[in-house]
Design a protein around this ligand. Structure first.
Ligand SMILES: Cc1ncc(COP(=O)(O)O)c(C=O)c1O
Length: 482
């Protein structure tokens, strides 16, 4: 008989180190705006600083934490810095972090209702709350024909929607026999690349995605969509799916949901609304009108992990007809059979997503909604939008800069008048300074700076500093004649 050993962390040590870890994170938040926002390490630098092989003998927790400070932190780009303005945010908050910690502590794997009923039922209830807050149609409630589920990302959500559309169109034949290459889907030239990726993954073929042209506001042109659908039908193809975006990635453009929805209804197409970032704004009733036409949608997605103070990953996905989704994704091997599933009385969320396993993500969302309350969320969303409007005014008032796209929420797309090269140098210089981090896109073929204001702790002073730095950097580069 081998000697009994125990390498586990004792409950007492867990309690002690856990408190240290929370203190570490709290200290980090207190000083996060002092770090250079964009990590400056070179490729391979962090990897090279780590041991060549896993330690044979377990190490002291204090040593592990020291290495976090010395070896990991230099390679962190500080997404939680109030001076992070790149991409779209992935903001977080105290309640979200604690909810996620609790989820890790409970360690629940909620693939089936029966593997932890609370994991499913909290999720269902929270998604019903959010459907109310967003003014989504009755069908999207668990009490209606559809319901909501948390996916890891909007990319997974659109893939699930696409597969459900594919199966609805083929009467579940494609699941058994594969695709025939005739089903086509539609989006705009501004739609997130996750749809093109999903077309490949779903076996529909990336070439079968039609990217319809946009108007001068970068919104999908519904007349062109209708014409393309008709042309494809005439050519013997099978249009099956349309994605409209509420707040595109490049410029937060707003596709005309009602007009697109009417085309989908008339042509029998699955209609998905991707509101990954901007859906959060609709929690404020003054933006509810943006959902006009959402009653035509078969599915809808928004990411609390972008702008709603809920740390990554958390993407809320609703369908109006859950049977369409479940029929497409369900598979029930013997080893998962159980009475609750067979009774038909419960949701088994494994049938609503690509993976089998799933963690208790709803906890962090539930914590956020309860801790902030609706009025707290609305306050911070409105504040970000207000700060964005100020920045727009400053840009408009500066003769050297121009606004290049409408800024309905928290993203400003602007450029220095002049060459793409100058704009790129302004961006690189700013990011190099470590004082802020912003990114770019191309609109109408021109290089455009994107500055997003959605970080939980971004305040007026940060936006003022950012604008001051942008203008002084631009003036210096102009003076250098560079
Ligand atoms: C409009 C839109 N849709 C989808 C995505 C993809 O998000 P995720 O990382 O959750 O897949 C993004 C990411 O920025 C986005 O802006």
């Amino acid at each position: 008989m081998s000697e009994l050993k125990n390498y586990h962390m004792s409950v007492d040590d867990f309690r002690r180190h856990g408190k240290e870890m929370i203190d570490w994170i709290a200290d980090y938040y207190e000083k996060v705006d002092r770090y250079p926002v964009l990590s400056k390490v070179q490729p391979g630098e962090i990897g090279d600083s780590l041991a060549d092989a896993a330690p044979v003998r377990g190490e002291d927790f204090a040593q592990i934490l020291r290495d976090v400070e010395e070896k990991v932190l230099p390679g962190i780009t500080h997404w939680q810095s109030p001076r992070f303005h790149a991409y779209f945010p992935a903001n977080t908050s105290g309640p979200a972090i604690l909810g996620d910690l609790l989820s890790a502590g409970l360690g629940v794997q909620g693939m089936l209702w029966s593997t932890s009923p609370a994991c499913t039922e909290v999720e269902t209830r929270v998604l019903d709350w959010l459907a109310d807050l967003l003014g989504l149609p009755e069908a999207y409630r668990s009490t209606g024909s559809g319901g909501g589920v948390i996916q890891d990302t909007a990319s997974s959500a659109i893939l699930c929607a696409l597969i459900a559309a594919r199966e609805r169109d083929s009467g579940l034949r494609t699941n058994r026999k594969g695709c025939g290459g005739r089903q086509v889907a539609y989006c705009s030239t501004q739609t997130h690349s996750s749809l093109e990726k999903a077309m490949g993954i779903a076996g529909l073929g990336r070439a079968n995605l039609r990217q319809v042209e946009v108007d001068e506001r970068f919104a999908l042109d519904a007349d062109k969509l209708a014409a393309q659908v008709k042309a494809d039908k005439a050519a013997g193809l099978r249009p099956i799916f349309v994605c409209a975006t509420l707040g595109t990635t490049s410029s937060t453009a707003l596709d005309p949901i009602a007009a697109i929805g009417q085309i989908c209804a008339a042509e029998g197409l699955w209609f998905h609304v991707d509101a990954a970032m901007s859906g959060t704004a609709v929690i404020c009733p003054e933006y509810r009108y943006l959902h006009d036409g959402v009653e035509y949608a078969d599915s809808y997605c928004f990411n609390p992990h972008k702008w709603m103070f809920t740390n990554f990953d958390c993407s809320c996905f609703w369908v109006a007809d859950r049977a369409a989704l479940i029929n497409a994704l369900s598979i029930l091997p013997e080893y998962l059979l159980n009475e609750a599933t067979e009774s038909g009385a419960v949701f088994d969320y494994r049938d609503w997503q690509v993976p089998l396993g799933r963690r208790f993500r709803a906890l962090k969302l539930w914590f956020v909604l309860r801790y902030y309350g609706v009025e707290g969320l609305q306050y911070h969303i409105r504040r970000h939008i207000e700060l964005t409007r100020k920045l727009v005014q400053w840009v408009e008032a500066d003769e050297h800069f121009e606004i290049v796209a409408p800024a309905p929420f928290n993203l400003v797309c602007f450029r220095h008048r002049g060459s793409d090269d100058l704009n790129k140098r302004i961006m690189d210089d700013l990011n190099e300074s470590g004082e802020l981090f912003l990114t770019h896109t191309k609109l109408n073929g021109r290089f455009v700076l994107r500055l997003c204001i959605g970080q939980s702790r971004t305040e007026l002073e940060h936006v003022q500093q950012a604008w001051k730095l942008i203008t002084t950097t631009a003036a210096r580069l102009r003076a250098d004649g560079r």
